[in-house]
Design a protein around this ligand. Structure first.
Ligand code: ADE
Length: 222
């Protein structure tokens, strides 16, 4: 899978590249590339944003700047090499495990980060195919959202996690019938009088599985 991120702050991602599952995914031949809108802006002095029409606080990333950045990477005929192009915005559809699975199935994913007050709406209308929010709050830019999405997507790639089983039975997976993950315990079995549930020490795999499913469904909200 190839993930491209367009941002004004590529340095924010240095930490992300150091994470083990990201390095594993890259070693397996997947790709995560960063592009700075400022490097390809058609405006002078590295300008990338402008005041909003109609007035109001803050600055808006210009559509011509985003268009130039996409053209520099993908050329004019950009629909297929770009794959799915997603604007990151609090006004997008909400990201969850199902959306992560949908994106993981793509060969190519392009994430467009906004900054300041956001991106000119014509980017969403004409240059992107999707708009995603990672939650009902406003971040100072799309960079953290891009990392959240890239993290959730990349850890689903086969081999990205050290143990291939770890993504199978985690929260919201079909193995847990879409429910949240069951509680985990490790040694010591007793600590300050806080005991690990007996069933987990029983060695009875079927009972353990039943208990885990029960606990997972008990944790479902509402
Ligand atoms: N940019 C700013 N806030 C955001 C959010 N909640 N989700 C995605 N992108 C954003």
């Amino acid at each position: 899978m190839k993930i491209d991120v367009f941002t004004l702050f590529p340095q924010w991602f240095s930490w992300f590249f150091e994470q083990r599952h990201v390095r594993n995914a890259l070693r397996l031949g997947h790709d995560l590339r960063l592009f700075n809108y400022r490097d390809t802006t058609p405006l002078s002095h590295g300008q990338v944003d402008d005041a909003p029409y109609g007035g109001g606080a803050g600055m808006v990333i210009r559509v011509d700047v985003v268009d130039a950045a996409l053209e520099a990477v993908y050329g004019r005929e950009r629909s297929s090499p770009r794959g799915r192009t997603v604007v990151l915005t609090p006004a997008g559809r909400t990201f969850d495990d199902e959306v992560a699975g949908e994106l993981t199935a793509l060969e190519r994913l392009t994430l467009l980060c906004g900054r300041y007050e956001g991106i000119d709406e014509r980017v969403r209308e004409h240059l992107a195919d999707d708009a995603i929010s990672i939650g009902r709050y406003v971040l100072s830019g799309g960079e953290l959202a891009a990392m959240v999405i890239a993290d959730a997507v990349m850890r689903k790639l086969p081999g990205a996690l050290g143990s291939s089983d770890s993504a199978l039975e985690e929260s919201f997976s079909p193995a847990l019938e879409g429910g949240p993950e069951y509680p985990h315990f490790t040694r010591p079995a007793s600590y300050r009088g806080w005991e690990v549930p007996q069933v987990l020490l029983s060695g009875d795999h079927e009972r353990v599985q039943r208990w885990r499913l029960e606990r997972s469904s008990a944790r479902r909200p509402g």
